[in-house]
Write a protein that binds this ligand. Structure first.
Ligand code: AMP
Length: 414
């Protein structure tokens, strides 16, 4: 069997040149499955998570089509719309389009919240070839008719399961309703809960389905350790671990935004350069933190799950789960920030006795029992802890009520 290469897929020379310049020699499995379908004009249902090369899998066929069909677009209209759940992911997708579309003379516009809308409106006034955005701001510009999608030829919904988690479904339905019937669409999702299957059925026409490793399969190149430690001992354990120079670039995860701020502050007090990354920071502050981390100016990024979603930084040596997530899928996403592009990585988990149920759920999902690096695995979780309760929730005491159906019973008996 001959090996598939980007050249054998039939890309324009400008695109091939950009691929080579960026070190893309061979398509990844998701690209091998999705690119020929996309080039043939078919809709695609991609089941894959970040790190598989899914962005190029949908971006390259769109760019190839645009390289072959140059058009001047109407004011405020776009030929392609890509929706992503977070600003960071949208920014990364926009950068990939620009990277591979360099030399094609296309107008790519980023439409995300957290920054002023006027600049985006100005950029849209020329008409766009590609708009990459988050659902809220996209709907906002559509409402004011600064973004017209009635002639959009390509529509991509990325990380659809995350969109669902974040409550974006009403916005997405609004966008889909405004799209023309004649279009090519793709939906990418790491998991396929019932609601996403339903959405895909409404959105895609006779799609080619490409599935790459489920969310529960953790990449083999990640070594996973757990430290059993009291909540009060986590701070000094983290400082001690970070003294090891092999932690060249680490992402530390906390469950809450406040927790991320606190840990970053404590690390900086220890002269370990670190920056927090969470949803309460403005878009510019988040981008600055990410840029400093990428440039190696900041050694440790302290992030919440949402902020870290889709962060694509090469060379992350360690992921530290300072607090374990209450959803086991989040753990898989977290540790996927390391061992990218075939590199090896280490995932470290801190587990206090109240977090034991989370650890058990994670090990059940991944099917991997973590190696104990320090401490002793407790036999039971601290009983006071309810695993389903979010740490930010305040629980109020409620007075016991009288049995509800006492009256009803009397009536029925009568
Ligand atoms: P993604 O899943 O789209 O976030 O891609 C993950 C990382 O893999 C990104 O840094 C891409 O630039 C890189 N990548 C994607 N496809 C290829 C490829 N065919 N060869 C080398 N690197 C790739």
């Amino acid at each position: 069997m001959t090996e598939t290469t980007f050249a054998s897929l039939g890309f324009a020379s400008t695109i091939l040149h950009a691929l080579t310049a960026n070190g893309f020699t061979k398509p990844t499995p998701i690209q091998e499955g999705a690119i020929p379908a996309g080039l043939a004009g078919r809709d695609v249902l991609g089941i894959a998570q970040t790190g598989t090369g899914k962005t190029a899998a949908f971006a390259l066929p769109i760019l190839q089509h645009m390289a072959a069909n140059k058009l001047h677009n109407r004011r405020f209209a776009t030929r392609a719309l890509i929706l992503a759940p977070t600003r960071e992911l949208a920014t990364q997708i926009e950068q990939e389009f620009k990277k591979f579309g360099a030399g094609l003379g296309l107008n790519t516009v980023l439409v995300v919240g957290g920054v002023g809308r006027m600049g985006q409106v100005n950029r849209m006034s020329r008409g766009a070839d590609i708009v990459v955005g988050t659902p809220g701001r996209v709907c906002d510009l559509m409402n004011t008719r600064n973004l017209l999608i009635d002639q959009c030829q390509f529509f991509v919904l990325d990380e659809a399961d995350r969109m669902l988690d974040l409550g974006f479904m009403p916005d997405i339905r609004k966008v889909v309703a405004a799209l023309p019937a004649r279009r090519q669409s793709a939906l990418f999702s790491a998991t396929m809960p019932g609601e996403i299957t339903g959405l895909a059925e409404g959105l895609l026409r006779d799609p080619v389905r490409v599935a790459i490793a489920s969310v529960s399969s953790t990449p083999l190149k990640i070594t996973q350790h757990v430290h059993f430690v009291d909540a009060g001992g986590k701070r000094s354990l983290l400082n001690q671990l970070l003294k090891d120079p092999s932690f060249t670039r680490a992402i530390v995860f906390t469950r809450t935004k406040r927790g991320a701020d606190k840990v970053a502050l404590q690390l900086n007090q220890e002269k370990i350069s670190s920056a927090p990354m969470h949803g309460n920071l403005g878009q510019n502050a988040r981008q600055r933190a990410l840029d400093a981390f990428k440039a190696g100016e900041v050694r440790v990024l302290v992030a919440t799950d949402l902020a870290a979603r889709g962060i694509d930084v090469n060379g992350v040596s360690h992921v530290v789960n300072y607090e374990l997530p209450n959803e086991p899928e989040s753990y898989v996403h977290r540790i996927g920030r390391t061992a990218r592009n075939g590199a090896e990585g280490i995932a470290v988990a801190f587990c206090d006795s109240t977090e034991l149920p989370y650890l058990n759920q994670i090990e059940k999902l991944t099917g991997i029992k973590m190696h104990v690096a320090s401490g002793i695995r407790p036999a039971h979780a601290t009983p006071a802890h309810k695993p389903a309760r979010h740490p930010d929730l305040v629980v109020r005491k409620v007075k016991p009520r009288r049995p509800q159906y006492a009256g009803a019973k009397t009536t029925r008996a009568a």
